[in-house]
Write a protein that binds this ligand. Structure first.
Ligand SMILES: [Zn+2]
Length: 153
């Protein structure tokens, strides 16, 4: 544990850590102290450790984080997220993406940042809607019906 250098005006300067991927709150508080020049914002992304919800989504499938058009070079800017998150089966991603670096990386990381134009083009907008998780941590697709129907497991 390192000592916190208190901020002259804001003391411990606490912030609730936010998830880099979904922007949601993690159950953590970071004490920034003087390490952050101004008053810490209410929420702040301090690392790229996914929150429990995102971890569950990445375990259950491939997580697609939707970005506003034209922001693909600024994934670190949280305001570039649309708030839509899609969780897809690995097989769906296999079919959807054409071979190449993006596909390989997506399957390896179980995660992809995609702009709205792309999610629309590959049919996510209509087909899937945003994700949902049940208590068991399984991803439940809100109004999803992919072409081969339901596959209970
Ligand atoms: Zn998250």
């Amino acid at each position: 544990m390192s000592d916190i250098k208190l901020h002259k005006e804001h003391g411990l300067n606490p912030t609730v850590t936010a998830c880099y991927f979904c922007g949601g709150e993690k159950n953590e508080i970071a004490l920034l102290g003087a390490a952050f020049k101004e008053k810490a914002p209410m929420h702040m992304v301090i690392n790229r450790e996914p929150c429990d919800k995102c971890k569950a989504m990445m375990r259950a499938g491939i997580m697609i984080v939707e970005m506003k058009n034209g922001t693909s070079n600024s994934v670190d800017d949280m305001s570039s997220r649309t708030g839509n998150i899609y969780v897809l089966k690995e097989e769906a991603v296999e079919k959807m993406l054409s071979p190449g670096k993006m596909k390989d990386e997506t399957l390896r990381l179980r995660l992809c940042f995609m702009d709205e134009e792309t999610t629309e083009k590959i049919g996510l907008k209509e087909a899937v809607g945003t994700h949902e998780l049940n208590e068991k941590g399984d991803v439940v697709e809100k109004e999803a019906k992919d072409n081969n129907g339901q596959q209970p497991n």
